[in-house]
Design a protein around this ligand. Structure first.
Ligand SMILES: Cc1cc2nc3c(=O)[nH]c(=O)nc-3n(C[C@H](O)[C@H](O)[C@H](O)COP(=O)(O)OP(=O)(O)OC[C@H]3O[C@@H](n4cnc5c(N)ncnc54)[C@H](O)[C@@H]3O)c2cc1C
Length: 400
């Protein structure tokens, strides 16, 4: 798709595509069975190349050392980076750091930025975002048990979180905790910076997922906060604004996730087509000659293109009228793109046969790691409900 993409953006996209193809695809031949931590030294060498190419942190404003791309341009770069599981990490655009960087730039005080933002910008350290609890529904984020009680000039935090992505090795967590239990539900929680070496903070375990134990950046942590004491200056924004800050992060975050999923779908479609064209199922008869396979290719093409147009439209709308007015679009792309991506990955695996589930292609990694797309940042059902309710309002439902 290249309608109305400025020439300058096209050039950036071509450079990113070349880097990902030349430097990151080959890693897929050597990463099999390796822990992420074992790959980190090599990935950091790639980061040096990224910096030399001027592709470091595409999403970060230039005054903070990034490429300073606009929202739409970054969304398109994100698609290119996602063709490799290492693209975002190597370019310093990986979740959850990218979201935390955004929050610190927008809501951080001078002192918070100095201490916590700078090391994220340089890539020296990593961070995590700790909101979901095992015993409370993540899909109802205003209901949580973790508390931060004010004692003098400190908060004392108690609670248990899980699925705190990339907690293993992170320098700090941004923790969502109830600070104002008597306030209306959306104003009860705050986001508080907690250094991971604070007494009482413990990473209980990396939660094994889909057979993957997880480590380092590629992990999901279970965390205990046991009388963790941090100064009140570690609160981000105003006390009680945790939910509002989380919402502001999720609008843009969903665009980024969706474009990442489109990159994954494109790579999967590419692999599907290559395999279909070269695999003979009888002498002289390529798999591509079978109509079922042709249908999969056509349906994937249509779904990816539709998803991309919907995502870019949502990004455009956020830019022009804000995230609040774009709720239908944001929720629609969240469930639609996740499904389009997962369907495409699944078809690509099917076309590869046994090879598709082996570790010899990247497809198995997409399949295992990306199933979660229909769950995090709001499960499908929650987003469909948002869309349907907004539409039904126009039909007088629910009755006032
Ligand atoms: C890979 C991965 C990474 C994650 N990273 C982070 C992270 O870094 N930080 C963090 O804080 N959290 C993270 N999470 C947690 C994520 O945000 C939650 O899993 C998500 O919000 C869903 O919450 P839950 O798991 O508690 O499911 P629940 O809220 O218990 O929901 C379970 C299911 O119920 C159904 N459901 C829920 N609500 C409705 C409804 N209104 N109508 C109909 N059906 C409904 C849906 O099918 C849903 O899947 C991550 C999760 C995953 C899987």
């Amino acid at each position: 798709m290249d309608f109305s993409i400025p020439q300058e953006t096209k050039e950036v996209l071509a450079r990113v595509r070349e880097f990902v193809t030349q430097e990151l695809y080959p890693i897929e031949k050597i990463d099999q069975g390796k822990r992420f931590g074992e790959l980190v030294p090599m990935l950091h060498e790639k980061r040096d190349k990224v910096r030399a190419l001027g592709l470091w942190q595409p999403q970060v404003p230039q005054e903070y050392g990034g490429m300073g791309l606009g929202f739409l341009d970054h969304a398109m770069v994100s698609e290119e980076l996602a063709r490799s599981p290492y693209g975002h990490y190597v370019c310093g655009a990986q979740a959850p750091d990218a979201g935390n960087i955004e929050i610190l730039i927008e809501y951080g005080t001078e002192a918070q930025r100095e201490r916590w933002l700078q090391p994220l910008l340089s890539g020296e350290s990593r961070s995590c975002f700790s909101m979901t609890e095992r015993d409370r529904p993540g899909s109802n984020p205003v209901w949580m048990d973790t508390t931060a009680v004010r004692e003098g000039d400190d908060y004392v935090i108690n609670g248990e979180k899980w699925f705190t992505t990339s907690a293993d090795g992170a320098a700090f967590a941004i923790v969502m905790a109830v600070t104002n239990p008597e306030a209306p539900p959306h104003k009860r929680a705050s986001q508080i910076i907690v250094p991971t070496d604070t007494p009482g903070f413990s990473l209980v375990r990396n939660i094994p997922c889909m057979g993957h134990v997880g480590d380092d950046w590629m992990s999901h942590g279970e965390i205990k906060y046991d009388n963790v004491r941090v100064p009140v200056e570690n609160c981000l924004g105003e006390e009680g604004s945790g939910f509002a800050i989380a919402q502001s992060r999720l609008g843009a975050g969903r665009i980024h996730h969706c474009m990442r999923w489109i990159g994954i779908a494109e790579r999967s479609l590419d692999l599907m087509c290559r395999r279909a064209a070269m695999r003979e199922i009888a002498p002289g008869e390529a798999l591509a000659s079978r109509q079922t396979v042709q249908n999969w290719i056509a349906e994937s093409r249509a779904a990816i293109d539709a998803a991309r147009l919907m995502v870019l439209n949502a990004a455009w709308k956020i830019d022009n009228v804000g995230a609040r007015e774009s709720r239908i679009e944001i929720s629609t792309i969240k469930f639609y793109t996740a499904r389009a991506m997962l369907d495409t990955v699944d078809r690509a695996i099917q076309v590869h046969g046994a090879l598709g589930i082996s570790d010899d292609t990247v497809l198995q990694s997409f399949y295992r790691h990306e199933r979660a797309a229909r769950i995090y940042d709001g499960p499908d059902e929650v987003h469909k409900r948002v869309v349907a309710r907004q539409i039904l309002k126009e039909y007088g439902y629910p009755k006032p």
